[in-house]
Design a protein around this ligand. Sequence first.
Ligand code: ZN
Length: 250
Amino acid sequence: MAPVSTSAVLLRAHPYGETSRVLRFLTEDHGLLGVMAKGVRGEGGRGVTAVSTFASGVLTVYVKPQRELQTMKDFACTRLRGGLGASLLRFAGASTVAELVLAHAESDPNPTLFHAMEAALDRLEEASEAVAAAALAGVWGIVEALGFAPQLEACIRCGERLGEDEVGRFEAAAGGILCARCGEGSQSPRVGPIARSQLQALLEGRLDAPITFPRRHLALVSDFVAYHVASRPLRSLRFLGDVLPPDPEE
Ligand SMILES: [Zn+2]
């Protein structure tokens, strides 16, 4: 059997037995792949010894359909992303996008998702000031790549576009924004024009819109993920909530 090579990013690694590790990769050509990496722990291990979570590279692997764990031949790391481990907030953001992908993605190839994942990790590592925005943009980027982007411009009930100054409601369960009229009496979070443009920027992966209320934004994306993407609560979303800067008092 000939091995295949694909671009891949390492999402999770855990020890297996004395000397091996199970590595979970998101790959460009084969979706999520779990591989057994033998003899890679400790002294004298070769190949992936030094590779840590969130590293990107080229994975060469023997793929047998129907098998849960594939056999790894080699992982040639091209980008270590060591900077992600240097700050709790960057690490929490990266952990959240990884957990989201692990909870939802499948072994079908999804290059859009692969590129969203790489972009999210690069933004998190490279952002100088807007790390909270990079974390939020990462989560929204994965949600969108999985096919669940929220509707922000027109009301999800009546279809009318919201006015420039209109304050709507973010109705996570229904998949987007309610206009002021349709949202009357709703208990869902209020979203005015600034919050909507911030949401739009995050969905596009832009970090240029300052996020004044990061925890409110986290609540929006967490609700949305809970309704549409993950069937169980993500631990890393709570971790991200613990390390995000607090919202200013009103
Ligand atoms: Zn409406």
